[in-house]
Unconditional design. Structure first.
Length: 319
């Protein structure tokens, strides 16, 4: 896709037209009306580098890469020279020199890729950076919503849980308002911001009144790994009683609405097992659609014709 960013870090890197283009391409992949990409000159090499744990994102990228017919490199960061203190930039330039075209990276450092935006050592897709962004998750969520026939214009969605520390939440807050969707961030203080200066985003500490106003719900895992040294831990014990979603609650509040979750879920905390086993739960649809949306994103970045990659002192390291 022309002008698709070579370092895709955040939803704000894309125009609405580009996002709509991704939805169309993902749909074609899903309907198999589009064959795997036609790599005429050379088959691209795509690396998956996860510097933080992952089940869904890493595997879905791996499957998407293989379905597209690209060569796949599982770049094991635990056994790489990153552990000897090599910088991320040096590591990426090395991968690029070896012929890798694109690297999907997850890191615990927020904004880790911003420094590469004007001088990309390799093409990069953000697979989640700290608490900042998880743009491919939000895009696959949007794709899932469209697949379920949800028209976002004029609708309201709650994001329930640890919105402050969730990169998924941050990406959704940028993405869904572009399509006319209002968002209510709901959770205890410390999990939601105190206020919002964005007209499309409201803040609430009350689950019942929030859920009753919403057309669909998105619930988040408590990001315990990001709470050390904070007083957020005080919410853990009472969390399900105050903010957990379960079937009984939704029935009592007369809400027969789709419930999304990016996974992994902590069952019995933010969501009950009975709700996850019901047809309201859309977590598995999100996983299914993740492959097609990630195929669309990979194709778009690989085909952006950007020649300004891997430049050292004015010279490209390789063709
Ligand atoms: N899998 C998502 C992420 O990597 C959500 C989560 O971990 O809670 O951000």
């Amino acid at each position: 896709m022309n002008n698709f960013p070579s370092v895709f870090e955040a939803i704000s890197d894309l125009s609405k037209d580009q996002i709509e283009g991704l939805l169309i391409l993902a749909k074609k992949y899903k309907d198999r009306s589009y064959d795997k990409s036609d790599f005429t000159n050379r088959i691209p090499i795509v690396a998956n580098s996860f510097l933080e744990n992952s089940t869904r994102t890493k595997n879905s990228f791996a499957i998407a890469i293989k379905k597209l017919g690209c060569h796949y490199l599982d770049f094991n960061t635990e056994t790489s020279s990153l552990k000897k203190g090599e910088s991320l930039e040096e590591t990426l330039l090395t991968l690029y020199s070896q012929g890798v075209d694109l690297c999907i990276i997850r890191t615990s450092v927020s904004h880790h890729f911003s420094e590469f935006k004007n001088n990309a050592p390799i093409k990069i897709i953000n697979g989640g950076d700290g608490t900042n962004q998880h743009p491919t998750q939000a895009l696959l969520d949007l794709f899932t919503m469209t697949e379920l026939g949800i028209d976002l214009e004029g609708k309201t969605m709650a994001i329930i849980g640890d919105c402050v520390h969730s990169r998924v939440g941050h990406s959704l807050m940028e993405l869904l308002p572009l399509f006319g969707c209002k968002i209510i961030l709901c959770g205890p203080s410390g999990f939601v911001p105190e206020s919002s200066d964005n007209d499309s985003i409201e803040i609430s500490n009350d689950l019942e009144s929030t859920v009753k106003r919403c057309d669909f719900l998105y619930t988040l895992r408590i990001q315990k790994e990001r709470h050390s040294g904070t007083d957020q831990t005080k919410h853990y014990e009472t969390y399900h009683d105050k903010y957990g979603l379960n079937k009984e609650r939704l029935e009592k509040w007369n809400k027969n609405v789709p419930v999304f979750h990016p996974g992994p879920a902590n069952i019995g905390i933010e969501i009950s097992s009975d709700l996850m086993k019901s047809n309201l739960y859309k977590g598995y649809d999100q996983v299914v659609n993740s492959i097609h949306m990630r195929m669309a994103i990979i194709t778009s970045i690989l085909s952006n014709n950007d020649k300004n990659i891997g430049i050292i002192d004015g010279q490209r390291i390789r063709d």
